[in-house]
Design a protein around this ligand. Sequence first.
Ligand code: ADP
Ligand code: ADP
Length: 226
Amino acid sequence: MKALSIRNLTKSYPNGVQALKGIDLDVEEGDFFALLGPNGAGKTTAIGILTSLVNKSDGTIQVFEHDMDQSLEAAKACIGVVPQEINFNQFEKVQDIVVNQAGYYGIPRKQAIPRAERYLKQLDLWEKRDAPSRDLSGGMKRRLMIARALVHEPRLLILDEPTAGVDIEIRRSMWDFLREINVQGTTIILTTHYLEEAETLCRNIAIIDHGRIIEKASTRRLLDKL
Ligand code: ADP
Ligand code: ADP
C-alpha cells in the first residue's frame, strides 16, 4: 500500500510566490524517505499542507488511501508530524506534553500514560518527565517533539529538518531511534538539506528545488549518479 500519494500539488502564497509547482510523489508503506533540497525549495510548505497548516492551491493528497479533501480526520490520524519550530508551552511538564497531545486524537489518558512512558524512556527523557519543557536542552526538546508526534501511534511519521542544530552525538542517537521505529513498521519521511542525513538514513530520495521534484531514486542509484 502507498503511505502517501501526491498529485499535482501546487501552492501559491498570497504574495505571488509559487512555492510548489505541481509535485507528484509516492511513498510506499514501510519506506524511509527523504525530501532533500536547499533552503527555499518548498519542503516546509509541503509539510504544512500535509498537516493542514497551509492551504494548497491545487492537487490531491492521499494518506494510506484516505483523501485529505474527503476524509481529513482519517488521513490526519495516520500522520505524526515533527515540525521544525519547537512549539511547546514552556511551562508544561514533559510528560504532560506527550499525554495531552493524545487528547487531540481522542485517545483516553489511561492509554496515553503508558505510551508516553514508553516513548520518553526510549528517547532518554524519562528522568525529565516532571520538568517544564523550558528546562530542556535543544536536543532534548527535539526528542520530545518526536515523542509527542508518536503518541497516537501514527503509521506515517513526517519530520521537518529533524536534526537541524543538534550536535553530532544526539543526531546519531536520534538516527538510531528513527531506524528502530522504521524497522518496527512506521513509514518515515523527513526533509533535510544535508545529503549526508538522507544517504545515511533513507532508502529513497526525492530532490526538490524551486518547487519542483527534479530527481527521484533509490539512495543507492542516486549516489551512483552523483
Ligand atoms: P524550504 O522548507 O525548502 O526551505 P519553504 O517551503 O519554507 O522552503 O519556502 C518555499 C518558498 O515559499 C520560499 O520562496 C519562501 O520564501 C516562500 N514562502 C514560505 N512561506 C511563505 C509565506 N507564508 N508567505 C509567502 N512566501 C512564503
Ligand atoms: P499553542 O498555543 O502553543 O499552539 P496548543 O495547545 O494549541 O499550544 O498546541 C500544542 C501542540 O498541539 C501544538 O504543537 C499543536 O501543533 C498541537 N495541536 C494543537 N491542536 C491540535 C489538533 N487539533 N490536532 C493535533 N495537534 C494539535
